[in-house]
Design a binder for this molecule. Structure first.
Ligand SMILES: Cc1cc2nc3c(=O)[nH]c(=O)nc-3n(C[C@H](O)[C@H](O)[C@H](O)COP(=O)(O)O)c2cc1C
Length: 168
């Protein structure tokens, strides 16, 4: 049995943005979103390098990485810390092809992404912790929380669509 539980896998597979933190050479953090965040196996998460020059450069020097995925409706998620392994076509053609096919066809529990990737990043998860909003006071249920935030996001969406409509 690996480090990733069924619920962790569920959250990663449902979400479409993971925030990836790496360490810059000067010790400052670098954080950027990855819509390709996915589960690879019981111990590894995955994302594609579509347009992440700083993340990739940092990982070449320091493979430490953290990725957070939070469900904006339930206000719950997970943070995963681990070590990154860069898979590029030149060095690992077999594994690169396997990952390419997973994204291309939306198989192996990886959602379909048909955008050109320069490389893939496998994260061997070493620490996985839950993230739960402090607003979960005793008695507050996930069902109530989901309804509250579903309303909120529906309102945000509606307002923005109206603004865009006005702009023509
Ligand atoms: C919603 C969203 C999803 C994104 N998904 C990815 C992704 O999966 N892979 C990627 O390389 N870039 C992705 N990007 C683009 C990078 O986050 C963006 O180019 C960023 O500036 C890269 O910064 P970095 O080089 O510091 O990582 C995404 C951006 C957004 C807004």
């Amino acid at each position: 049995m690996g480090i990733l539980t069924d619920d962790m896998k569920r959250v990663v597979r449902q979400q479409r943005i993971g925030f990836v933190a790496t360490v810059c050479p000067d010790g400052t953090p670098n954080l950027s979103p990855k819509g390709t965040a996915a589960v690879w196996d019981d111990d590894h998460l995955l994302f594609a390098d579509l347009a992440s020059p700083v993340t990739m450069e940092n990982l070449r020097h320091n493979p430490s990485v953290e990725i957070n995925l939070v469900d904006l409706y339930s206000r719950k998620g997970y943070r995963f810390k681990g070590m990154a392994h860069i898979v590029d076509r030149e060095n690992e053609p077999g594994l690169h092809e396997e990952i390419f096919q997973a994204y291309e066809n939306g198989i192996r529990g990886v959602h379909q992404v048909r955008l050109p990737a320069r490389a893939y990043v496998l994260i061997r998860v070493e620490r996985a912790l839950p993230l739960v909003s402090p607003a979960y006071l005793p008695g507050v249920t996930e069902r109530e929380t989901r309804e509250t935030w579903a309303d909120y996001w529906a309102g945000v969406h509606q307002d923005r669509m109206e603004q865009l409509e006005e702009r023509g």
